[in-house]
Design a protein around this ligand. Structure first.
Ligand code: ACO
Length: 386
């Protein structure tokens, strides 16, 4: 059997239209544009509207990625949604995206590894393809961090933003695409970046709400120190695992948390900043969306050409880290969208909405028909009783 490789053949992104600048934040908490800019490199970030959530943003990014891949949603085998802000605690956001885009033949699950989730999901999706279990895998990174922030805590609320990005992985016989991945975790640092309540250890109560324990708590210094080491070590290991040297890497796409962390990691890898992609200035830390948003913008800006090698690196809550070395296998022209492709995609979108409405309607009708009382032995016909 020939070896199967997971090639990135589609990419897409979505960010909400509302922009929150550092100056806006200075009206809300005791901070300044100068402090945020100099400590993080962030100038502005996007905020989800009242009708937006991780699944709605993720579905928009997914449809854009499918359009570039020229793939009908029904041909997807698997959807993995990387997220730390699912729409619901129960019922995976991946399933909501599967329904919204009409991917009627796909399995779907969420993956939470903090801000490393997207790179973790790339590794999982690539393994499904390498094993032959799937041909077309959609990886979505979507987060609505604005909903889990304490907007009175200046140490955290200035750092994050909302958004989504997605890629389509397709089975290929050519040795391109995902070449090597490295995953890691150190749970002894879990409490340096976490949400204390709302899980099984401390369920929601009036007291937890009063104590603001449903919001992100972070030890910024601790996470900063960890991030620089984790990013450079994970990237070094992944590059070596792919049989390459840092010099062979054309583009480094790090998790966009803080430009100072990115610069320190690049220094440790001896990579010049011209080979590092940065867009944290416009979006802040979008968690699971940060790496795919950066990847999409890198392609749009012509920073990736066929044959280029890139390394995507994440770090985050858990604590976790992950790196993936990828050889870019598609020509830039793949992103050009002829008018008819956009039209076909609109039809798929309408089909998905109608299909979902029909399935929901059928479910309601069958719920009316099927008795809700489960028959017991006593309910059996007398003749069948022993
Ligand atoms: N505006 C003004 N002053 C502030 C603000 C703010 N927004 N936030 C903190 N300060 C103050 C502090 O209170 C402190 O004041 P003090 O000296 O009087 O006590 C001072 O500024 C310096 O604070 P430091 O924490 O030393 O600032 P530092 O240079 O370390 O930057 C930061 C803080 C930006 C949070 C940095 O530590 C960092 O980026 N850490 C990593 C965070 C991160 O990447 N998190 C995401 C992980 S990914 C995931 O899974 C979600």
């Amino acid at each position: 059997m020939t070896q199967a490789y997971a090639q990135i053949v589609g990419w897409g992104r979505y960010v909400p239209s509302r922009i929150l600048t550092n100056h806006d934040l200075a009206q809300m908490v005791d901070t300044s544009d100068e402090w945020i800019r100099s400590r993080t490199g962030i100038l502005e970030r996007r905020m989800a509207g009242p009708k937006e959530s991780s699944s709605t943003m993720g579905a928009r990014a997914a449809m854009a990625a499918l359009e570039v891949a020229d793939l009908a949603p029904s041909r997807l085998d698997l959807i993995i949604c990387a997220t730390i802000t699912p729409d619901y605690p129960l019922a995976a956001t991946a399933s909501l995206i599967q329904d919204a885009i009409g991917a009627t033949h796909a399995g779907a699950f969420d993956l939470n590894a903090g801000c490393s989730s997207f790179v973790y999901a790339i590794s999982v999706g690539a393994q499904y393809i390498a094993s032959g279990a799937a041909r077309n895998v959609l990886i979505v990174g979507a987060d609505t961090i604005s909903r889990i922030l304490d907007w009175t805590d200046r140490a955290t609320c200035v750092l994050f933003g909302d958004g989504a990005g997605a890629v389509v992985l397709r089975m290929s016989e050519h040795p391109t695409g995902v070449l090597h991945c490295v995953l890691g975790s150190d749970g002894s640092g879990a409490e340096s970046l976490y949400i204390p309540a709302g899980g099984s250890r401390l369920p929601a109560s009036a007291e937890t709400i009063q104590a603001k324990q449903h919001f992100v708590k972070m030890d910024g210094h601790e996470v900063f120190r960890f991030a620089v080491t984790a990013m450079s070590q994970a990237a070094t290991q992944a590059i070596a695992g792919a049989g390459l040297k840092p010099d062979d890497i054309d583009l480094f796409i790090p998790h966009q948390a803080n430009v100072r962390i990115i610069q320190s990691a690049a220094r440790a890898l001896r990579l010049p900043m011209e080979r590092v992609f940065v867009n944290v200035d416009r979006y802040g830390n979008t968690s699971s969306a940060s790496v795919p948003l950066a990847l999409c913008e890198a392609v749009e800006q012509g920073r990736l050409r066929q044959g280029d090698r890139l390394v995507m690196v994440g770090f985050g809550a858990g604590l976790t880290w992950a790196a993936a070395v990828v050889q870019w296998g598609v020509p830039a022209s793949a992103a050009r969208r002829p008018w008819w492709r956009t039209l076909v995609q609109k039809v798929w979108g309408q089909q998905a909405i109608v299909g979902s409405a029909i399935r929901r309607g059928r479910r309601r009708i069958s719920a009316m028909r099927v008795p809700t009382v489960i028959p017991t032995d006593d309910d059996e016909e007398p003749s069948r009783k022993r």
